[in-house]
Ligand binder design. Structure first.
Ligand code: MN
Length: 718
């Protein structure tokens, strides 16, 4: 079994340990030994051997004393009587934070049948861990468990190996830790496919001596030639990993015997320039295989990996892959993010300082460095400080949602009908309000009931475009239905007051002609427009019975209302543009100050103001409802109106659109029905000073690259 001293020694090689570092690690060791006392691993060994091994792996990665201590303590809260509070009291906030994080990640359950979910599950681990050190602790934990997997029953072996292959090896790769990635892959491969593994292992044995000689030959030859050119290099040969050989066989659909590139060489140089000189030298010594040169120095992989790869033909006709990189690039290729950590540490020498850097990976990114391409840290940071959350369905499927999502967003993500019918929500088996903000790891169920309907109020808390659009669409549908009911009953009452029966007139077809004259082919459309307040019943009544229009005494009420809002100086004019009860803007055209407008009197809504060019405004046929209106002078408040944009790709142009609008002094009205459609066409609501400003905005927007067209739009008919 590993001793405490092995860990302390190893840790000290990377960075001299202070007295408090030694105390922390020693105390963790003593505590772990105490609480795990009597427990055994499946191998029969004392349980303590596991935390010791994990801790040593972390020390080997050159991590800080808190992480190494956590390696010793990582299973205490989960598997012993120790509590999170105990850990906090004894070892402080930082260690307790790391232990809690590791415990949380252990509790995440991955069902291996959901293979397509593995990507999400990896992100879930990152989002749960929050601190990259917790991910490293889980990787070390997993590595030791894989190394000792032989002792578990076959079923467990398979499950754990599958998880390792799907989740942990890719995570290690994501963090750029090369050796860990291949070891996890090779171990998982061994348990998942023991027969293939054994077959390749057997085959490799047979040519071992020949390969060893060849590797030495190549190494000597290459080092000598490079030195002649003044390049100091380390050349090493190795047999590729079993799993990568297996991958090649599957990929190329070949048998082992036909595989020609089983050995690979690595050339480590002092400088980047030497890498390129070495490449030239190698190509002059052996014939390169066309199409196999990859320059990851100029274009690093997204986990930061840098190297030049080439494949050449050796004298005996075998292919050899050669990787060329600097020593520093090599350390990053092997230890990935951990190397980053330990370089930083060496440079500043201040532990607390570094710990802050490391736990807040964002700062690492900001303090940028020439060692790694910035993209690596940036994208890792984005994954850790994720703007998305991951929640489970009752069937343990992982769903990705933006931060701030509610059960309603979840419901609409599953299906529009589930969203529309959502009546209650249960999170982690507890009833919650529909506006509860979900958190990563929540298990969410929604109750769907047949007579549930979306409510206007939902728009105030949902965050996903899908939910917003669906709710709006549904509300608009309901409004249309309601308008139909209202309009129909208005018409019925008005007809009844003149002794006519609306239903029988419809049935007999008597209304067909007059309705057609008004531009309606269907009575329902007419009722709907009446309900919306866009058309008055009078227009129809007059066509049926010219004398039955509203008499002067009935008109009186509207006149009285108009009096209240009329400009005292001009007797005819109604002034528009402040919050008077009796004027409102039509939602079909959303006119803005400075533009030609027309007012229409309606029952119940006072004066509705349309843009003069609005297609939706009532026909002038019943021009007795037309009222002269004019914009009030010196309006201070901006007015909201709608723009409908067609873009090539709205994600890309959106920031340019927003910038254009604000730079011209207007604003995007987010509180309005800011419906960002999901396709290429979408509506945007802006608040502008007047028509001049609006036209300026429309001109500028239509000139943006990626914007196909810009039109005005209203709110109802989205
Ligand atoms: Mn463990």
């Amino acid at each position: 079994m590993i001793r405490l001293n092995d860990i302390l020694e190893r840790a000290g090689e990377f960075h001299p340990l202070s007295e408090s570092d030694v105390n922390l690690i020693s105390k963790s060791y003593v505590y772990s030994a105490k609480v795990h006392a009597g427990q055994k691993r499946s191998s029969g060994e004392p349980y303590l051997s596991h935390p010791l091994e994990v801790s040593l792996i972390l020390a080997n990665l050159g991590l800080d004393s808190c992480t190494i201590a956590t390696g010793l303590l990582h299973d205490t809260v989960e598997d012993t009587l120790a509590t999170s509070g105990d850990i906090k009291n004894m070892f402080g906030d930082e260690v307790s934070f790391l232990v809690d994080g590791a415990t949380k990640v252990s509790k995440l359950s991955y069902s291996s049948d959901a293979e397509r979910q593995s990507e999400n599950f990896r992100k879930l681990i990152l989002a749960t861990a929050k601190d990259i050190r917790i991910v490293l602790i889980k990787l070390a934990d997993r590595l030791h468990n894989m190394r000792t997997l032989d002792f578990l029953p076959p079923e467990r072996r398979r499950k754990i190996s599958k998880e390792t292959m799907d989740i942990y090896a890719p995570l290690a790769r994501r963090l750029g830790i090369g050796w860990l990635t291949s070891e996890l892959e090779d171990l998982a491969f061994k348990f998942l496919n023991p027969r293939e593994h054994a077959k390749i292992e057997e085959k490799l044995k047979s040519g071992r001596e020949r390969r060893r000689r060849k590797m030495e030959e190549v190494k000597a030859k290459l080092e000598k030639h490079l030195l002649n050119d003044g390049i100091k290099s380390d050349v090493s040969g190795r047999v590729k990993s079993l799993y990568s050989i297996y991958g090649k066989m599957k990929w190329q659909n070949t048998e082992f015997n036909e595989l020609h590139d089983i050995i690979a060489f690595r050339v480590l140089t002092e400088s980047e320039e030497d890498c390129y000189i070495s490449l030239g030298k190698i190509h002059s010594l052996w014939k390169p295989v066309p199409g196999r040169i990859k320059d990851y120095i100029t274009l690093p992989k997204n986990n930061g990996y840098q190297s030049i790869h080439t494949t050449v033909m050796s004298s005996d006709g075998d292919r050899m892959e050669v990787q060329i990189r600097t020593r520093r690039m090599h350390e990053f290729a092997e230890n990935g993010i951990a190397a980053h950590w330990h370089y930083k540490r060496g440079e500043t020498g201040e532990d607390s300082e570094i710990q802050r850097h490391f736990s807040k990976i964002g700062e690492l990114a900001e303090h940028g460095d020439a060692m790694r391409p910035a993209g690596f840290m940036q994208s890792l940071k984005a994954e850790l400080e994720s703007s998305v959350i991951y929640v489970y369905t009752p069937k343990a499927e992982l769903i990705e949602l933006p931060v701030g999502s509610t059960p309603i967003d979840f419901a609409y993500r599953i299906h529009t009908n589930i969203g529309d019918g959502c009546s209650a929500a249960v999170v982690n088996r507890t009833s919650v309000p529909l506006d509860r903000r979900l958190r990563t790891g929540d298990m969410v169920e929604v109750v769907v009931s047949e007579d549930a309907r979306p409510s206007e109020n939902w728009l105030s808390f949902v965050v996903t475009p899908k939910a917003k659009n669906s709710i709006r669409k549904n509300l608009a549908g309901m409004r249309r239905e309601r308008s139909l009911d209202i309009g129909r009953s208005i018409c019925e009452r008005r007809f009844a007051s003149t002794g006519r029966n609306l239903s029988s007139m419809i049935a007999s077809g008597q209304l067909k002609k007059p309705l057609a004259k008004l531009g309606f082919s269907d009575p329902g459309d007419f009722f709907r427009m009446v309900g919306f307040g866009r058309v008055s019943v009078t227009s129809l009544q007059e066509l049926i019975d010219p004398d039955s229009g509203i008499g002067p005494e009935k008109m009186g009420r509207i006149e009285k209302i108009l009096d209240k809002v009329k400009d005292p100086e001009s007797t005819k004019m109604v002034l528009v543009g402040n919050e008077t009860v009796m004027t409102r803007f039509s939602t079909c055209c959303l006119p803005v100050p400075g533009e030609q407008i027309v007012g229409h009197t309606t029952r119940g809504s006072g004066v509705v103001v349309h843009s003069a060019s609005c297609d939706m405004r009532p026909d002038d046929i019943n021009n007795e409802t037309v009222v002269d209106v004019e914009w009030r002078k010196g309006l201070k408040e901006k007015t909201a109106t709608g723009l409908s944009l067609t873009c090539k790709d709205r994600q890309e142009v959106f920031s340019a659109i927003a910038e254009t609008i604000t730079s011209l002094g207007a604003e995007i009205a987010r509180d309005e029905t800011g419906s960002f459609g999901e396709g290429k066409k979408y509506n945007l609501f802006v608040k502008v000073k007047d028509i001049t400003q609006l036209e300026e905005i429309m001109d500028s927007l239509s000139m943006l690259e990626g914007v196909v067209s810009v039109e005005r739009c209203g709110r109802i008919f989205e």
